[in-house]
Design a protein around this ligand. Sequence first.
Ligand code: FES
Ligand code: FES
Length: 167
Amino acid sequence: MATFSLNGERREIDVPDAHPLLWVLREHFALTGTKFGCGIGQCGACTVHLNGQPIRSCQTPVSAAEGAEVMTIEGVTAQGTHSVQQAWIAEQVPQCGYCQSGQIMSAIALLAARPTPTDEEIDQFMSGNICRCGAYNSIRRAIHTASEIQAGQVTTDDASAGGGSDR
Ligand code: FES
Ligand code: FES
C-alpha cells in the first residue's frame, strides 16, 4: 500500500512495496506518457519527478513514493503552456517521440536547478536520457530557448517564429 500525490491529486495504491513506480503509473493509473525503455535505469525514458527531482521510475519502488509528490509528463500542463513544452514545440525537438517525456521531465528539473545552464551543464545533466533518434542538438537548443522564455527574454510567439535561441 502506498499513498502519494500524483500530479496534484491524492492517490492510494495497494500493490507490493517493491512494485516499480513505472508500472503503477502506466498500468494502475493509465498514465502512459511515461515510457518503458530499458527497465534497468540506463535510458531515462521512464523519468518522472519525485518531490521535484528527476528519478528513473523503472528502478524506483512504489514504497519510495509514500507521502511524496510524484509528477509525470501528464502533470506538466495539459495545454502545453510550460516554457519547456513551448520550447520543444518551437525547436521541433521530437522525432519518433519515444524518449521525449523523459527528456522533458529532466529538462524541467535542470532548469529549476540551473535557470541558465551552459552547454556543458546541459550535456552533463541530460546524459542519462538517451535518444535513439539522436535529437541531442535540438534538445540542447530547446533547453536554451526554454531558459530564455522562462527569463522573459523571448515570448513563446518569438520562439515559435524562430526568434528564440540561435544555438
Ligand atoms: S526504462 Fe527506466 S531508465 Fe530505461
Ligand atoms: S525522439 Fe526518438 S528516441 Fe528520442
